[in-house]
Ligand binder design. Structure first.
Ligand SMILES: Cc1cc2nc3c(=O)[nH]c(=O)nc-3n(C[C@H](O)[C@H](O)[C@H](O)COP(=O)(O)O)c2cc1C
Length: 339
């Protein structure tokens, strides 16, 4: 298995060669949210609990399915970054990404892809989650089209479906104009109809408030992804780990995935301790893919799972179920632990 350093070095070398380094930090206007997100994540510290501790297992259950670890892909489509690095690998590159995830025991989260592509991922044998876009046209009702996409995903064999709600007003990368024209806000009634249209668990991606977590519960969603879409929503968006404990408290029975900015096993452990059931990553897997293709994706997930298990043991937690916020400390003496 390749090391984190090897995976990272080679991947970054190729991304730089492709002139695509800037695509690793997409963000609205000033990109403050990615910086703030990492700063907050890095400000949290662990206490160590060696006495009475033993080797840990990250095995857990997500949406009723047993998984070897809670490390998942963040929703992916063939965007600019993937296009820039795909030249190093034989097409079809999305499939090789999916195969790498299958070997690592993770699911494939498919974003804006064609239905025929969806079928190809499913055939690989990797569990597929389908995240549809909030399609919108002025003067035209897209509800039935979205419902058709959700049903199609179910019929083809996806294990869960959902929507990224944080692009209601377009994705924003730096000074580029937001992609306003094909995306737009969905009403609570529409969201309710989407959840009703499928037997599969429905996931709301892009939740960064107790407000949206409660509304997700109200429409009948089973899970939320606490995320700000790699920074492409609003400047100064709350850091993921700052809001996460509040969302966990507000919706104790929902499955919560944390996402955006996760890079190491320690980051993942912080999210699990603060209330996440699973953690989704994309940029770090892209870097690994750029360097070593399918093998890079598999090895990166395995390296992160090993880091997670070692760190859990050091904090005295043998299983995911034993984790709680008491192992995480905030830097300031007047802050409450883990909240
Ligand atoms: C190449 C690329 C494609 C993406 N495609 C989608 C998509 O189709 N749907 C979606 O909800 N998010 C999409 N995202 C956003 C990611 O799911 C995720 O929110 C973001 O990358 C933050 O996670 P990270 O910091 O681990 O990269 C995409 C991101 C990238 C870089």
């Amino acid at each position: 298995m390749l090391s984190y350093a090897e995976l990272y070095r080679k991947g970054m070398e190729r991304i730089e060669q492709a002139g695509a380094e800037h695509l690793l930090d997409l963000g609205a206007e000033t990109r403050s949210q990615n910086r703030m997100n990492r700063e907050f994540m890095e400000s949290l510290a662990f206490e160590m609990r060696f006495l009475g501790s033993h080797y840990a297992s990250a095995k857990t259950t997500l949406l009723g399915r047993e998984v070897a670890h809670p490390i998942q892909l963040a929703a992916l489509c063939p965007g600019r970054l993937l296009n820039a690095i795909s030249g190093y690998w034989e097409e079809p590159y999305m499939e090789s990404f999916a195969e790498g995830l299958k070997d690592a025991g993770s699911w494939f989260w498919a974003g804006r892809v064609a239905e025929t592509e969806l079928q190809r991922f499913i055939r690989i044998g990797v569990p597929v989650v389908r995240i549809v876009k909030p399609a919108y046209s002025e003067g035209w009702d897209e509800t039935d089209m979205i419902i058709r996409q959700l049903k199609e995903a179910e019929d083809r064999g996806c294990i869960a479906v959902g929507m990224d709600i944080d692009v209601f007003f377009g994705e924003k990368s730096g000074d580029e104009p937001p992609e306003r024209y094909s995306l737009g806000p969905q009403t609570m009634d529409q969201m309710h109809r989407y959840v009703e249209a499928t037997q599969l668990p429905f996931i709301v991606k892009g939740v960064l408030s107790v407000h949206d977590a409660l509304k997700s519960k109200e429409i009948g969603a089973k899970a939320v992804v606490v995320s700000h879409h790699g920074g492409e929503c609003i400047d100064y968006a709350l850091p993921i780990l700052r809001i996460l404990p509040h969302i966990r408290k507000a919706v104790p029975d929902m499955t919560i995935f944390a996402e955006t900015g996760f890079q190491r096993g320690t980051d993942i452990l912080k999210a699990l301790a603060l209330g996440a059931d699973g953690v989704c990553l994309l940029t770090i897997l892209m870097i690994a893919y750029a360097g070593y293709g399918r093998q890079g994706v598999t090895d990166m997930v395995r390296v992160l799972a090993d880091e997670l298990e070692r760190n859990m043991a050091i904090c005295g937690c043998r299983s995911i179920g034993e984790l709680d916020s008491s192992i995480v400390w905030h830097p300031y003496p007047d802050s409450t632990k883990g909240e």
